[in-house]
Design a protein around this ligand. Structure first.
Ligand code: ATP
Ligand code: MG
Ligand code: FE
Length: 352
């Protein structure tokens, strides 16, 4: 059985083909990031139009890549067993492009359709690193639009312990980068700068660090960084970018790590994992490994290639829905506000 997945929730048009063991046969990501960079963030209408332009080419490429995997020129829809599509959460105008394409493909071929939750995709990307990962465990989902701690009691049974009350972690990186004129996305450039800086150079607030719950707040930190930049500019002092980046990043990571430890302690689990674009942050990965390693908690982070938006992670969730017989009909619509757990199946995912 081969499953094709389609992801278009933000600025990546991505598709993958995986086999019934969860092995990746093809994984194609086309991004419209360059068209958003000068705006310092994703412009929804540009994202939608770029998906429309790219989607057929991405489909042809993923089918050809999967064909080569099996030693032929290209797969055809007859080789597939199921089509999975991200139906939310995300930008509505971006999601509908992928959903409409998936429905057209299924209507034309008779293939079954299944709806996938984008956040569950980020979570299940951890199975590419640790195939035997089993609930219960705690997961931190940190991306451009979300920041939450989740108690995964079972597959498909997600208890959100707490989430951000304002900005997401990735959004904070993006906004700080924008304030410094460093373009979009901010995460990769800030973390590269931070690697060369001193994290104690500037003290930034650790909001809600001791709030004794699992909520996060990042907008105050973003404002503190912007106020610092303005102050230095006004005083005519040059800004040490590596020190600023390292100090900002440390403030974010301190709060993330301390709440994650509290969540693992309270739930008594022995596994912790991270999902979403910010999971690619090297310092965050290192801190989790260090702090949890001491406590005997196993830490999983997804391989770098499946941290940001991609088709492979959506395919893993789609495969699980397919095995559980959880299909969508052709009236499926995008749900930009879908909660984690929406469209989830409790079938155990298979990744080998
Ligand atoms: P969501 O998954 O919540 O719908 P999204 O799909 O837009 O949002 P992702 O693609 O999962 O988000 O992640 C993109 C975010 O990850 C951006 O905000 C980006 O700055 C951030 N990011 C990427 N690499 C790093 C890094 N090395 N350090 C910190 N943040 C990073
Ligand atoms: Mg993106
Ligand atoms: Fe994402």
């Amino acid at each position: 059985d081969l499953v094709l997945s389609i992801e278009s929730s933000c600025d990546e048009t991505a598709m993958a083909v995986i086999d019934s063991h969860g092995e990746i046969c093809a994984n194609v990501v086309a991004t419209s990031i360059d068209f958003h960079a000068r705006f310092g963030g994703v412009v929804p209408e540009i994202a939608s139009r770029k998906h429309v332009e790219a989607i057929v080419g991405v489909f042809e490429e993923v089918m050809a890549q999967a064909g080569r995997h099996f030693g032929c020129d290209t797969l055809t829809p007859a080789d597939l067993s199921c089509v999975g599509v991200t139906a939310g959460p995300g930008l509505v105008g971006a999601l509908v492009v992928g959903v409409a394409f998936a429905k057209g493909l299924c209507a034309a071929t008779g293939l079954p359709l299944t709806a996938v939750n984008h956040l569950e995709g980020h979570l299940l990307a951890n199975l590419f690193e640790t195939p035997d990962l089993k609930p219960p465990f705690v997961a931190s989902l940190v991306s451009g639009g979300n920041t939450m701690l989740v108690h995964v009691r079972d597959w498909g049974d997600y208890q959100v312990l707490g989430a951000t009350i304002d900005d997401a972690v990735g959004e904070a990186f993006d906004k700080v980068a924008k304030a410094l004129g460093l373009g979009y996305p901010g995460g990769p450039v800030i973390s590269k700068l931070a690697a060369k800086g001193k994290k104690k150079a500037i003290h930034f607030p650790r909001a809600m660090m001791h709030s004794h719950d699992y909520r996060f707040s990042l907008s105050g930190l973003k404002t503190a960084v912007i106020t610092y930049i303005e102050g230095e500019n006004k005083a005519g002092r040059p800004i040490n970018l590596p020190d600023l980046a390292a100090s900002f990043e440390a403030a974010v990571i301190d709060v993330q790590v301390s709440k994650a430890i509290a969540a693992v302690d309270e739930t008594g689990v022995s596994d912790f994992c991270v999902g979403g674009g910010v999971a690619a942050n090297p310092q965050l990965r290192a801190e989790y490994r260090k702090k949890f390693g001491r406590r005997g908690v196993r830490v999983t982070v997804p391989p770098m290639v499946v941290c940001g938006d991609n088709g492979a992670m959506i395919a893993v969730a789609a495969l699980r829905n397919y095995r559980a017989g959880k299909f969508a009909d052709l009236s499926l619509d995008a749900n930009p506000n879908a909660k984690l757990g929406c469209w989830s199946s409790n079938e155990k995912p298979v990744v080998s």
